[in-house]
Design a protein around this ligand. Structure first.
Ligand SMILES: CC(C)(COP(=O)(O)OP(=O)(O)OC[C@H]1O[C@@H](n2cnc3c(N)ncnc32)[C@H](O)[C@@H]1OP(=O)(O)O)[C@@H](O)C(=O)NCCC(=O)NCCSC(=O)CC(=O)O
Length: 394
């Protein structure tokens, strides 16, 4: 009897590690250059009189790091919903109504790209892991996404809500577990983040709004994950090991809360320092059990997909670990071209990374790491092994 159970268990599980099989990304149609954003933001929110806040946003935007961001909230939307500008007005219903339509639509654009690259029918997807901070309704945007993609009615859905910028990292970790524990499973990870849930005009005493206006953009990313690739599937990165670490006593450092006026968030100015103080320990804990990287001397031997939460986060990590300038190149490029798109950002970084690796060819690093940071402060870490396949141009 015990043997039979053991055999069933073995037959149910995959033989190999889960792998990233395809990646897709998408953004809203409207983009904004950082140089032009301050004037635009203060004009459309009718806040020109708040000159000290305008100067503050200008100072933040002057920092090299982000050049362009994509946004769902347009002048037309603000003309139709002027209440969105005032955080004290009860606009949550209107925001959730808009997000319920737009979040799955953007996710579907990214997911279609991933599915087309994967090369199999959408109905072969067995599991969906969906992450967003821009929702507030059940059934959630994942069900709408499943319907837009024509996924099978037996697809197993999991929703991560308000995981913030670590949502993409967590979703990938869940996908790995699902793929390795269910033989033949093909997991679609989708993260779709729209700032419309938290878009406000500037207000005295709300510096978070100004910092957020300087950093955050809209985007969606999707990844197909599966183990034991079959013919025509082309693994990009094998998922070797994962950890989640919460930095003690940092519950108040990054927070989000739905209120009648939308999503209120707080980002402590201590976040870059707190991450820098903890990151090396987390990396050692992730790599040492594998025997891949014995000590910090080898950090430059890895490829890196770090969530670019802000330029100073990347600068601190680069300096602390003594990384060569190009090591965080994919993270910096995504930050430059799209800003911080919360949970979706690491998917954009992986997409950029695979393009860069294709150019590097045989010299590209074999082992690498994905790190995403969110409320907690939570650090999601995944050790990756490059499939030889990802050295080919797509
Ligand atoms: C915002 C920055 C790009 C600005 O960089 P600068 O080089 O211009 O210089 P700086 O750091 O001195 O900041 C410029 C001005 O902004 C202020 N400032 C900076 N960070 C702030 C914060 N979190 N809250 C309030 N004010 C802040 C500074 O005090 C300063 O004010 P003054 O000019 O008056 O002196 C950088 O500080 C940065 O990258 N910070 C990290 C952002 C971050 O934590 N991202 C994680 C987001 S959360 C995330 O990714 C996960 C999630 O959401 O779940």
């Amino acid at each position: 009897m015990a043997t039979a159970l053991q055999e069933i268990r073995q037959a149910q599980r995959a033989d190999g590690h889960a792998a990233v099989l395809a990646i897709g990304t998408a953004n809203p149609a409207t983009s904004m250059l950082q140089d032009e954003y301050t004037d635009y933001y203060f004009r459309v929110t009718k806040s020109e009189h708040l000159t000290h806040l305008k100067h503050k946003l200008k100072r933040i935007l002057r920092t090299p790091g982000i050049e362009k961001r994509f946004m769902h909230v347009s002048e037309e939307i603000l003309d139709a919903h002027p209440d969105l500008i005032d955080r004290t007005l009860p606009t949550l219903d209107a925001r959730i109504d808009m997000a319920s339509a737009a979040v799955p639509k953007l996710a579907a654009s990214a997911a279609w790209k991933a599915i087309v690259e994967w090369g199999r029918p959408a109905t072969d997807i067995t599991h969906l892991v969906f992450s967003t901070y821009s929702g507030g309704r059940a059934p959630s945007a994942d069900l709408r996404l499943a319907s837009l993609l024509g996924l099978r009615p037996t697809v197993c859905r999991t929703v991560l809500n308000l995981n913030g910028c670590s949502g993409g990292g967590r979703a990938l970790q869940i996908a790995k577990e699902l793929a390795e524990n269910n033989r033949g499973a093909r997991v679609l990870v989708a993260c779709s983040e729209l700032t419309l849930i938290a878009f406000y005009g500037p207000q005295d005493g709300c510096l978070d709004t100004i910092v957020g206006q300087g950093l955050f953009g809209d985007g969606a990313g999707a990844i197909v994950v599966g183990a034991d690739p079959v013919e025509d599937e082309r693994p990009l990165f094998e998922m070797a090991f994962t950890t989640q670490t919460t930095i003690p006593e940092t519950e108040d450092a990054i927070t989000m809360q739905l209120r009648k006026g939308g999503l209120d968030f707080h980002i402590s100015s201590q976040v870059p320092r707190l991450l820098a103080e903890n990151i090396e320990r987390v990396l050692i804990d992730a790599f040492e059990p594998l025997g891949v990287v014995a000590n910090g001397a080898a950090w430059n031997d890895l490829f890196w997909a770090i969530h670019p939460g802000g330029r100073s986060i990347l600068d601190n990590i680069e300096e602390l670990l003594g990384l060569d300038a190009e090591k965080l190149g994919a993270s910096r490029q995504v930050l430059r071209d799209f800003g911080n798109m919360s949970g979706a950002t690491v998917i954009f970084v992986l997409d950029e990374l695979r393009r860069r690796r294709a150019k590097e060819g045989e010299t590209a690093a074999e082992w690498g790491v994905v790190m995403a940071f969110g409320p907690g402060i939570t650090i999601e870490t995944m050790v990756l092994h490059a499939a030889t396949n990802n050295l080919k141009e797509n």
